[in-house]
Design a protein around this ligand. Structure first.
Ligand SMILES: Nc1ncnc2c1ncn2[C@@H]1O[C@H](COP(=O)(O)OP(=O)(O)OP(=O)(O)O)[C@@H](O)[C@H]1O
Length: 327
């Protein structure tokens, strides 16, 4: 039995915009077992960042609860966040050594005389040189800057890491290196993580469990291997179809037909129904609840049978597609 490190229950975050209410996160529940990585995926605007900010404590929920359990090895619960753009999250006027030292000295985590050594150790752990401590952020490449951000996050001795699109701004060749580094460090440090990405191919590599979000709601939650082997929700199937095949040599991929509806005026019933190849009458009237199936899978779809057996709703590329660029 896995012990949850984070239990999110019926969490919602609403914003007022143009006199109306945007449900950026709408009644979301999931658990992250201690020492594992849970990923949230979905198109831009589905609420991933809002949910991540609430969980990281940078924003307050409108409703619902989050409960953190005990970290591994009896450590203290501390959250650190890694963002998409390391250049924006590092002060350009600070030497990286000072940026990495700041969380240590601010929280009094190590005796003062040992801080410089700890900074050098962290730099080498993320694949940089101890001597890089004197450099400024602009002297690094994008991938190296993200390594600095990771070193800075580790300096705060987190038990919980929130990574919001940490590789989206990087060249494809560098993305794999940063993902490898994150995966290795999370394992070595016994971290529990929440990972956010629009790219299922990226989260496959780092996650134990994946939650697929659509317009503020979770539509499918499954162990990573199960999600890729037997996706239940039509939206998950279409996202999987959109992953470029190896050797295809293109970076523009197909996504479900039509645009993501405005969260200011979401469609009635299942909010995915206007784009769904499997939509039935009930889908236009009733929002499906997230049901728990076998194998740790949960799905919110009227068209998935009560046994939850995978049904292929859409054979590959037969649907008209909008496109976006994988970054
Ligand atoms: N402060 C805010 N005020 C009003 N609306 C907001 C605010 N923050 C987010 N939203 C809205 O909430 C919805 C979800 O936004 P969010 O940024 O969480 O999505 P996302 O999936 O992370 O997208 P992206 O990948 O583009 O960041 C969007 O419709 C967005 O416009």
């Amino acid at each position: 039995m896995s012990v949850p490190y984070l239990s999110v229950k019926s969490l919602s975050r609403e914003f007022k915009a143009q006199g109306r209410t945007v449900r950026a996160v709408d009644n979301v529940s999931f658990e992250i077992p201690v020492g594992t990585t849970f990923s949230l995926v979905g198109e831009s605007g589905c609420g991933k960042t809002t949910l991540a900010r609430v969980i990281a404590g940078l924003d307050k929920p409108s409703a619902g609860s989050m409960l953190f359990g005990a970290p591994l090895d009896g450590r203290v619960h501390r959250t650190q966040m890694i963002f998409q753009d390391p250049y924006a999250s590092l002060n350009p006027r600070w030497r990286v050594g000072d940026a990495i030292a700041e969380p240590i000295t601010f929280q009094n985590l190590r005796p003062r005389p040992t801080v410089a050594g700890r900074v050098e150790e962290l730099l080498t752990r993320v694949g940089l040189a101890a001597a890089d401590t004197a450099k400024f952020p602009h002297e690094f490449s994008g991938g190296q800057r993200q390594r600095v951000s990771i070193a800075r996050a580790l300096a705060g001795e987190p038990s919980f890491l929130v990574c919001d699109e940490p590789t989206s701004a990087l060249d494809v060749s560098v993305q794999a290196q940063i993902l490898n580094l994150l995966k290795r460090l999370e394992k070595e440090e016994g971290l529990t993580s929440l990972f956010i990405s629009h790219n299922l191919a990226v989260v496959r590599f780092v996650s134990s469990m994946i939650g697929v979000m659509y317009l503020g709601r979770l539509v499918e939650v499954a162990p990573t291997a199960e999600l890729f082997a037997a996706p239940r929700h039509p939206y998950t199937q279409l996202l999987l179809d959109a992953i470029p095949r190896i050797g295809q040599g293109r970076r523009t991929v197909s996504l479900p037909a039509g645009e993501l509806p405005s969260p200011l005026a979401p469609p009635p019933g299942c909010t995915f129904h206007p784009r769904c190849p499997a939509a039935m009458d009930i889908c236009r009237r009733e929002a499906p609840a997230l049901r728990t199936l076998d194998n740790g899978v949960s799905v919110a779809c009227h068209a998935v049978g009560s046994g939850g057996q995978p049904v292929r709703f859409m054979p590959g590329a037969a649907h008209p597609a909008s496109s976006f660029s994988l970054s």
